[in-house]
Design a protein around this ligand. Structure first.
Ligand SMILES: Cc1ncc(COP(=O)(O)O)c(C=O)c1O
Length: 400
């Protein structure tokens, strides 16, 4: 058989989907599994948005659109991105895509060359697509370790040590998947100070959870005036308006917008026309449902953190945003003689009927930081209570 390229052979994946397949196989066999695996709101898209989608179908919005997106949506997104960040953003800086995810690859393609030794610094643990795309695009992945004693921010000194003349891109993600950590205005000022000394470095600000911040205001590096030009803002409708399946995301950067548009022309041609009208209603229509969902997540955050901290061997920080918690389970592993977080994850799935992800699904374990697992608390109160109770029961039975 002809060969598969090295590029494609080395492509990583999102292990959430792999674990989800395991969960579905168990459920198909009749097992009762409570799942905290998947990073999407457990709500359906609000009614007004679904109605807008139906209207778009009825109005015949079924053809291609311009690759950058329909003008009404680009305008509305420019307003919304600007409102949340207190910036003036113009519609021609904004490109609409099939989710926020494609802009990770497009940005790496725009600012690095294959095999040229260009380095991309990204958070570890982190959204697994960063590392996968960096490697597949022929750049060099440089992980920046997040630390529990900094509430899962990174130490700016580590960034200063890793940034070099070869660095072309720094990926930031706040609020953060998988830890729920946030970068404060002070963290961002320290980062900007370091980046400023390296003219060739772009910044990718993955701000897909920008509207899901629970303590204080959302902080963004784009609020620092001289960082704006070199920073790509990436956001989308998936998380804030429970629209993961509609596949609409967006990125804003004045210099890169024309190149993003070309990439969209070269790949998907345009984001779904009907879906763009639904997204228009999401970003410019009533925000009551989005706010309600945010309140529900904020309440569940308190609940799951309190419950997990009562489980023997679990230690869970209160995350500042998104809908994830990242408890330290080093002691739980020691108490049960389970080798590591991945073995614990499997035991929780097969012995306790609770599905979570392990730290290794989000990159290499950070040396000295112990073992962690990830819960997505986009699950009902009852599932949170029953799920954590099952884990507590597992710990009581398996404690040595
Ligand atoms: C950090 C991060 N960035 C990007 C995405 C992709 O979002 P979208 O559904 O808009 O492609 C996700 C989704 O899980 C995410 O967690």
């Amino acid at each position: 058989m002809p060969e598969i390229s090295r590029r494609t052979s080395s492509l990583g994946t999102e292990n959430a989907f792999v674990v989800l397949a395991e969960v579905n196989a168990l459920v198909a066999k009749g097992e009762n599994v409570i799942s905290f695996c998947i990073g999407q709101p457990d709500f359906v898209t609000p009614d007004n948005i679904r109605e807008a989608g139906i209207r778009a179908i009825k109005n015949g919005k079924t053809g291609y659109t311009g690759s950058a997106g329909i003008p009404e949506l680009r305008e509305a997104v420019a307003r919304e991105l600007g409102r949340v960040r207190r910036l003036e953003i113009s519609p021609d800086e904004v490109v609409i895509g099939a989710g926020a995810k494609p802009f990770i690859g497009y940005t790496i393609l725009c600012v690095t060359d294959y095999g040229a030794g260009h380095e991309v610094i990204y958070p570890n643990p982190g959204f697994p697509i960063y590392e996968s795309q960096i490697a597949a695009m022929g750049a060099v992945p440089v992980p920046l370790h997040l630390r529990e004693d900094r509430k899962f921010a990174f130490d700016p000194q580590e960034l200063a040590d890793k940034i070099s003349d070869n660095t072309r891109l720094l990926i930031l993600n706040t609020p953060h998947n998988p830890t729920g950590g946030i970068l404060t205005a002070d963290d961002l000022a320290a980062i900007a100070e370091i980046v400023r000394a390296h003219d060739q470095v772009w910044v990718y600000a993955d701000e897909i959870y920008s509207r899901l911040v629970y303590d204080g205001a959302f902080a963004t590096i784009t609020a620092i005036p001289d960082m704006r030009e070199r920073t790509v803002i990436a956001d989308g409708v998936s998380k804030t308006w429970a629209m993961t399946g509609w596949r609409i995301g967006y990125a804003a950067n004045r210099a890169l917008a024309p190149y993003f548009t070309k990439w969209v022309t070269n790949t998907e041609s345009c984001a779904g026309h009907i879906n763009q009208y639904a997204a228009l209603e999401a970003v410019s229509g009533p925000q009551v449902d989005a706010e309600k969902m945010r309140h529900v997540f904020a309440r569940r955050r308190q609940k799951i953190v309190a419950l997990l901290n009562d489980v023997p061997g679990f230690h869970c920080l209160m995350p500042g945003g998104a809908f994830y918690v990242w408890p330290n389970v080093t002691e739980a592993c020691q108490m049960t003689g389970i080798e590591n977080s991945e073995e614990l994850r499997k035991r929780l799935l097969y012995d306790a009927g609770v599905a979570v992800l392990a730290d290794i699904h989000f990159g290499q374990r950070v040396p000295g930081e112990g073992q962690h697992i990830r819960f997505s608390y986009a699950a009902s109160d009852e599932e949170i209570e029953r799920g954590v109770e099952r884990i507590a029961d597992f710990m009581r039975k398996n404690r040595r």
